[in-house]
Design a protein around this ligand. Structure first.
Ligand code: NDP
Length: 253
């Protein structure tokens, strides 16, 4: 999928929401979706980072984006319902959602996973996606073709020692996507997962402090799959978990 070339107007007139849009992969997705014509809704925790992406989008000539400051750790069902209502009022449509924000838990032995840490990871990485998906489905179903993309991980497909609640939340994300995609199979909405693979971001540096970041692909380099799944070239793709860097996938037999 690294060699997919998106048409310049692939996402023209589309409105796309991205969680965790202020940094790393989410930031690049915002810039790429905007560059291909989308109006991007930037959701994230740190307003300054979202404002910087907003400015970059305007500077590159993309449609004017919107900012939704929200900490997914504290957000409730009401916040998501209000958010859906705001999008409906202000944009009248929603064509895509990239669920990208995640909390990387403390890596360590299973016996040491703290209850609070578990709750925070499940809140940010899983429950927020469940509630936001529920809130946004009516809007997504109202557009002719819309795409939901969740973010998985290699540790969400093959369990790995010490990856604890983060890995478990990614397995659950894969499961939620599959259940939803099966229900949506006769609808205009499709749902899929992306496993970004090792990518040069802050989260990766925190997980692998001894690794040379320059040995990794940048977030910009893995964008072909992010574009493909959001645009019309993937209309028939539903219920899939795809690797953004298929050449780098190494799974235990
Ligand atoms: P980063 O840490 O670089 O960025 C994560 C983004 O999520 C940030 O913008 C952050 O906001 C936001 N975020 C985190 N917690 C919250 C919260 N409580 N509420 C709202 N926003 C929040 O991570 P990556 O770009 O590396 O990761 C993006 C996705 O890709 C994640 O789902 C991750 O699990 C997945 N992934 C990444 C890999 C990699 O190698 N980088 C490999 C496999 C999967 P803020 O900056 O304000 O904290």
């Amino acid at each position: 999928m690294l060699d997919y070339h998106a048409a310049p107007d692939l996402l023209a007139n589309k409105v796309i929401l991205i969680t965790g849009a202020g940094d790393g992969i989410g930031r690049q997705a915002a810039l790429h979706y905007g560059a291909h014509g989308a109006t991007v809704i930037l959701l994230g925790k740190t307003v300054k980072k979202l404002e910087a992406v907003y400015d970059e989008l305007l500077a590159q000539g993309s449609p004017e984006p919107a900012i939704i400051p929200l900490d997914l750790n504290g957000a409730t069902k009401n916040h998501y319902q209000d958010l859906a209502e705001t999008l409906k009022q202000q944009f009248g449509r929603l064509d895509g959602v990239l669920f990208n924000a995640s909390h990387l838990s403390v890596l360590g032995p299973f016996e040491m996973i703290g209850e609070d840490e578990w709750d925070q990871v499940m809140q940010v990485n899983l429950k927020s996606q469940f509630l936001l998906t529920q809130a946004l489905l009516p809007l997504l179903k109202a557009t002719p073709d819309s795409s939901i993309v969740y973010t998985s991980s290699g540790v969400g497909k093959q369990g790995r020692a010490y990856w604890g609640s983060y890995a478990i939340s990614k397995f659950a994300t894969e499961g939620m996507m599959q259940v939803l995609a099966d229900e949506l199979s006769n609808s205009s909405v499709r749902a899929n997962c992306i496993n970004p693979g090792a990518t040069r971001t802050d989260m990766r540096s925190r997980a692998y402090p001894g690794e040379d970041p320059m040995s990794l692909r940048t977030a910009a380099e893995i964008m072909p799959l992010y574009l493909y799944l959001m645009g019309k070239d993937s209309l028939t793709v539903n219920g899939q978990s795809l690797d953004a860097q298929p050449d780098k996938v190494q799974r235990k037999a």
